[in-house]
Design a protein around this ligand. Structure first.
Ligand SMILES: Nc1ncnc2c1ncn2[C@@H]1O[C@H](COP(=O)(O)OP(=O)(O)O)[C@@H](O)[C@H]1O
Ligand SMILES: [Mg+2]
Length: 310
């Protein structure tokens, strides 16, 4: 008998369009002889919860999520799936919530001796002037990011304290968020795609991010026609270190299923910047490219997630 799969897509986050493309790609890859797939679109309007009724009525055997960012990735949708007792692919509530909160994710990684960039955490109620000396000690340039942001939105690189203050004000006004102020690592960027298998975690691939600007920004991630990623050209010993750190970070944040661990490398020192628990699945995205390196097709990769229930 065919399994019924609910495929969640859309949503209200800025990554809505990417999510729709991811869903298209997942739908194309799913084996039609094994699965009947029902697409469930989360509308732009957050108050419209008709999709929840559709999900309940559909009674799926398994849920795949093509959602990115916002409620789809911060544990909220995962919490709903837990309440409805529906098995789904990817990280659970706690890991999703932690990975969407850069400050807490860094705290946990630091406690597990996983290297992360040095920085300060400036909360919404903090007086920014209190950070002038600390940031001077950290040294410029400093990168400023919304704590719960994604897709490189709202990120600024500051060369002095005036620029820091302007960036903090901007993040507070536009995103009502706390700020991660971090040493800007002028290095190489890689991402490591990890998946769960019967025999534990497996690194699918290490991919180089080819940044034309100082950061891997929204345009490069989603709009550029040129693929911004390629299989890494780093030497084997670096690749081994990257893989070990990625698996350690994935475990530290209790992730499961699949995900991408983003890292920066400077002077052979590796820094984890974040883990994406629901990375893109478009034909340009990292995961489909990484899956290719394991010898699996995207369809076979999805079969494995469904079989393992993760
Ligand atoms: N400490 C840092 N030094 C240099 N570049 C950084 C640093 N942190 C982030 N970046 C750049 O900004 C991009 C987005 O940062 P990230 O922390 O991954 O946030 P997001 O959740 O928005 O993707 C990264 O892909 C990288 O190019
Ligand atoms: Mg990122």
């Amino acid at each position: 008998m065919k399994k019924k799969i609910a495929l969640l897509k859309g949503g209200a986050s800025v990554e809505r369009e990417v999510s729709l493309k991811s869903a298209e790609n997942i739908l194309k890859a799913l084996d039609k002889d094994r699965y009947d797939t029902v697409e469930i679109e989360l509308p732009k309007d957050k108050s419209d919860i008709s999709w929840v009724h559709k999900l309940i009525e559909c009674k799926p055997d398994f849920v795949l999520s093509a959602l990115h960012g916002g409620r789809g990735e911060n544990g909220a949708v995962q919490g709903l799936l837990q309440c409805l007792d529906l098995p789904y692919a990817g990280s659970r509530v706690l890991s999703c919530a932690l990975c969407m909160n850069k400050h807490f994710a860094k705290k946990i990684m630091t406690s597990e001796h996983i290297p992360v960039p040095d920085g300060e955490f400036i909360t919404l109620s903090d007086d920014v002037d209190m950070y002038e000396q600390k940031l001077d000690l950290l040294g410029y340039p400093i990168i400023l990011k919304p704590n719960r942001g994604g897709s490189s939105i709202g990120i600024t690189v500051a060369d002095d304290f005036n620029a820091v203050k302007a960036a903090v004000t901007d993040i507070r006004e536009r995103y009502e968020d706390d700020v991660i102020a971090e040493k800007y690592i002028d290095g190489k960027e890689v991402t490591c795609a990890v998946m769960q298998t019967e025999n534990g975690l497996k690194v699918m691939s290490v991919l180089d991010i080819n940044k034309s600007k100082g950061i891997y920004d929204y345009d490069a991630k989603y709009l550029s026609r040129e693929s911004a990623v390629s299989f890494t050209t780093l030497p084997d010993y670096m690749r081994t270190m990257i893989e070990q750190i990625a698996v350690k970070a994935f475990k530290a944040l209790n992730c499961c299923g699949y995900g991408c661990v983003d890292m920066l490398i400077k002077d052979e020192q590796i820094y984890v910047i974040e883990i994406n628990t629901l990375p893109g699945m478009t034909d340009h995205s990292l995961i489909p490219q990484a899956v290719g390196e394991t010898g699996l097709t995207l369809g076979e990769f999805l079969d494995k997630l469904i079989e393992l229930g993760t």
